[in-house]
Design a protein around this ligand. Structure first.
Ligand SMILES: Cc1cc2nc3c(=O)[nH]c(=O)nc-3n(C[C@H](O)[C@H](O)[C@H](O)COP(=O)(O)OP(=O)(O)OC[C@H]3O[C@@H](n4cnc5c(N)ncnc54)[C@H](O)[C@@H]3O)c2cc1C
Length: 324
């Protein structure tokens, strides 16, 4: 694509004319670091995010030894368990602040049974101890306040995603108030004409197939921009996450943008619900309510049919999507 990082790191895109250009940001997401999770204790070796662990093992063939505690119980946490085993380490415990499994039952129960790992719910890692190398993690039981130290030599921090939004921020794109990833409409157009955003940068995080679908979806909007100069977002209503949700994507409803990839609004639940009941408000009034035939869980994306926004009237004020 034409366009790119202009002076001062700002993104540039040129509509129409002899050299039309477009910029598609797809910088992905990463897991929050130890410091960002406020985990106290010693500065020691043996603490990784899943991303760092998988690069070390799968790209550089590193072997690892000892017992490992995995912080988080999302799909990616089980992926970290498999990577640890492949590298020679022994995962002994997964910890979660939530009471219920964050992944689908077969993954949770199958993983526990097949891989022999204990899962501790309602616990928070308060500190990592050691001298030079990890010697243990200090866990707090969120219900009783009791503290225990679990001996281990490795710690893997999983989930707790943050979009890699530095380029988007440097371009002063309108951002989601919670994730700080760029806000997009259903055509993946950002607030800046000719600048698009796709993948886990705008929905941290969904699986690889969904990120790939975004790639083919954004191509149509890029074509419209390059050939006809149609590229502005932000003319519709903001779609915001309400109670029970951390973020929703797309974050703008502009009818000219069509429907998102697979006709789905993506959302990240902050609570678990065996049946997901989605409620849409606009201007303080409830405009739609839908019970979905699948559960909601904090560790994975909730897919909501885009048609739940059919009764929203653009021009009547911001829209809030909540989980009851
Ligand atoms: C550790 C980890 C493990 C995962 N495991 C799975 C899995 O097993 N199965 C699954 O389906 N999904 C998995 N996912 C989720 C998802 O599938 C992947 O993140 C997927 O690759 C997302 O695609 P993307 O295009 O959004 O971003 P990415 O594939 O992450 O691509 C982003 C690219 O942008 C680059 N970048 C970032 N910032 C900048 C910058 N400022 N300037 C220039 N370049 C930049 C990055 O280096 C990277 O190359 C995982 C995600 C993570 C983080």
């Amino acid at each position: 694509m034409g366009g790119g990082a202009g002076p001062g790191g700002h993104l540039t895109a040129r509509p129409g004319g002899a050299d039309p250009g477009a910029v598609v940001l797809a910088t992905g997401a990463r897991e929050r670091s130890r410091a960002a999770r406020f985990i106290a204790g010693s500065r020691v070796g043996g603490v990784y995010t899943t991303g760092a662990l998988q690069q070390l093992v799968h790209l550089h063939g590193r072997r690892l030894e000892g017992r490992a505690v995995v912080v988080g119980v999302e799909l990616v946490s089980w992926s970290a368990v498999l990577t640890l085993r492949q590298a020679g380490a022994r995962p002994v415990l997964l910890t979660s602040t939530h009471a219920r499994p964050e992944v689908y039952g077969p993954v949770h129960w199958g993983g526990r049974a097949a891989l022999g790992v204990t899962v501790a719910g309602r616990t928070r890692v308060a500190a990592i101890h050691g001298s030079g190398q990890v010697s243990g993690v200090e866990l707090v039981n969120l219900d009783t306040g009791a503290r225990t130290v679990v001996p281990c030599e490795l710690v893997v921090l999983t989930g707790d995603w943050v979009p890699d939004h530095e380029l988007a921020t440097s371009a002063a794109l309108t951002a989601d108030p919670v994730t700080r990833g760029p806000r997009v409409d259903a055509a993946l157009r950002t607030s800046r004409p000719g600048v698009f955003a796709a993948g886990n940068l705008v929905h941290p995080v969904d699986t690889a197939d969904i990120a790939a679908l975004d790639g083919s979806h954004v191509a149509a909007a890029v074509r419209d921009w390059v050939t006809r100069g149609l590229g502005t977002a932000g003319r519709g209503e903001p779609v915001l996450a309400g109670a029970g949700l951390t973020w929703v994507s797309p974050g703008w409803l502009d009818r000219s943008a069509g429907v998102p990839a697979r006709g789905r609004l993506l959302a990240w639940p902050s609570v678990a619900a065996p049946v997901a009941r989605v409620v849409v408000h606009q201007g303080g009034l409830e405009v739609a309510r839908r019970s979905l035939p699948w559960p909601a869980s904090p560790g994975r994306v909730l897919r909501v049919p885009w048609s739940v926004l059919d009764s929203v009237i653009v021009g009547r004020g911001p829209v809030t999507v909540s989980l009851r």
